[in-house]
Design a protein around this ligand. Structure first.
Ligand SMILES: [Fe+2]
Ligand SMILES: [Fe+2]
Length: 134
């Protein structure tokens, strides 16, 4: 039996809107890629999961750079904490990919970590941008 539950598909809604139009363009794309990853996890196809994970990870890291540049342009009270959240993701994903390559972690568990972390981040720190402008 597979004890790992597979994530469902999620529509863009107000819970993801940040109030910052240029960042929401990125966030919509990230949500699309999250859904592609969820579909790949559900299909259980190794190659599909790998491709979706690589595409999402690439986009997430590019997005962090754009988002952090935005922190600099506005008076965002949680800039430092938020940057540390992104850093923590960098560290954790590097650790998990190393474990994957050592065969001590499954690809599906890395994919689920990325999926769940990003979803929580989009609904949490990212969604509350507008509240935290000085
Ligand atoms: Fe973001
Ligand atoms: Fe963020």
């Amino acid at each position: 039996m597979n004890a790992v539950s597979t994530p469902g598909l999620i529509d863009w809604s107000a819970e993801f809107a940040t109030g910052v139009a240029e960042l929401d363009v990125d966030h919509r794309l990230l949500l699309d890629l999250l859904n592609q990853l969820a579909a790949a996890i559900a299909s259980d196809g190794h190659g599909l999961i790998e491709a979706a994970l690589t595409a999402l990870e690439h986009q997430v890291l590019e997005h962090f750079v754009r988002e952090e540049a935005w922190f600099e342009q506005v008076s965002y009270a949680k800039a430092e904490q938020h940057r540390q959240e992104h850093e923590e993701f960098h560290r954790e994903i590097a650790l998990q990919l190393a474990e994957l390559h050592q065969n001590s972690r499954s690809l599906k568990s890395v994919a689920l970590f990325v999926h769940d972390w990003l979803l929580r981040h989009l609904r949490g720190y990212d969604h509350h941008f507008a509240d935290d402008l000085n």
